[in-house]
Design a protein around this ligand. Structure first.
Ligand SMILES: *Cc1c(COP(=O)(O)O)cnc(C)c1O
Length: 342
């Protein structure tokens, strides 16, 4: 059989037999009426895990982020985030469209922000300026090659936001990858954020779904916004069941994905066509190709050999490890990478 090893994203995973079984047996009801037991259970479970008051199951991570931004801003406000942020780059201009807010872009190290970077960018009250009302952090940082915050880097950002009266939202699409790497406890996160988005369809391997975590009051507002965006679903416990299964079975194993990413990193570091690999922290490997080479040509050659990956720039290539990548596949991929004639 032809080789096909898919490193394009951790969203390409397919539900395992165990997950499908959990989905088939989920107890469902009409979630717009808040009567889907499995959705309610998932929302309560994740709220407990992160020590937040309430949760809201949504079709995508984009929707959880956009709802949070809508909840935490007014038209003409300004959102502060890193220039690589998913909420800014990959949500289709949703901040402008949904929230009528502007964005202040910072330049963090691999997308990681500090109070020193944020503080000078917070506008003083003045009729000329948009009101700075929200900071968005991403953990792990997708475009930063899976770089992650430790909780002790988040605490001073929270303190600054408190002092200046800004809300703090976490785009935690890959928060469990961050927790796996840092050893921080999920239950310590809730106190530092007004909102947390958690994706079930990335490393956790669910077919779809994300949960927004926040206070009860925020979630009441968020539920209305979800409805307006067309995200009110009915017997969606079939998907929430996959999410519960994922939380019970697929969190511990994320360390395997990180080991696989490090194995790729060490091979790539030894190859003549690789200029530099961003030090791997979690499940994303981004490398820069040697001067004179085009990343897209490397990706095409690898694709022809059955190794699927993406460019992230003219001169960078990205590999993402996940649930459907086995150790045997990593060995095969390493062989192919070593023998590639760029
Ligand atoms: C994938 C991702 C999201 C959500 O994306 P959806 O495809 O809408 O689920 C949000 N933030 C980050 C950092 C992501 O990587």
């Amino acid at each position: 059989m032809a080789i096909r090893i898919d490193f394009r994203s951790d969203t390409v995973t397919r539900p395992t037999p165990g997950m499908l079984d959990a989905m088939m047996h989920a107890k469902v009801g009409d979630d717009v009426f808040e009567e889907d037991e499995t959705v309610n259970e998932l929302e309560a479970k994740l709220s407990r895990i992160f020590n937040m008051e309430a949760g809201l199951f949504c079709p995508s991570g984009t929707m959880t982020n956009q709802i949070a931004i809508k909840c935490f801003t007014q038209p003409m406000d300004e959102v502060i985030c890193d220039q690589t942020a998913h909420v800014y780059r990959y949500e289709g201009g949703g901040i402008a469209y949904n929230s009528l807010a502007s964005v202040r872009l910072l330049h963090g190290d691999r997308g990681i922000l500090t109070p020193e970077l944020i503080d000078p960018e917070i506008n003083e009250p003045n009729i000329h300026y948009p009101d700075s009302t929200l900071v968005v952090l991403e953990n792990t940082v997708n475009k930063g090659g899976g770089a992650c915050y430790h909780l002790n880097q988040i605490q001073p950002i929270h303190a600054l936001c408190q002092t200046k009266g800004l809300k703090l939202h976490l785009d935690g699409a890959r928060i469990f990858n961050a927790l796996t790497e840092t050893g921080d406890a999920a239950k310590d996160y809730g106190q530092y954020f007004d909102g947390i988005s958690v994706c079930l369809s990335k490393g956790l391997g669910s077919p779809a779904g994300s949960v927004l975590l926040a206070s009860k009051e925020t979630i009441r507002k968020a539920r209305k916004i979800r409805k307006v965006l067309g995200g009110g679903m009915r017997q969606v416990g079939f998907l929430a069941g996959a999410g519960i299964y994922a939380l019970d079975n697929n969190v511990e194993r994320l360390k395997i994905d990180h080991q696989h990413a490090r194995a790729l990193e060490s091979t790539l570091n030894s190859l003549s066509y690789v200029d530099h690999v961003m030090p791997v922290q979690t499940n994303i490997v981004i490398f820069k190709v040697r001067e004179g080479l085009e990343a897209i040509n490397i990706v095409r050659k690898l694709t022809d050999l059955g190794i699927l990956c993406n460019t992230t720039n003219r001169d960078t290539v990205r590999f993402v490890t996940h649930l459907d990548i086995t150790s045997e596949m990593i060995d095969q991929a390493i062989d192919i990478l070593k023998n590639l004639q760029p």
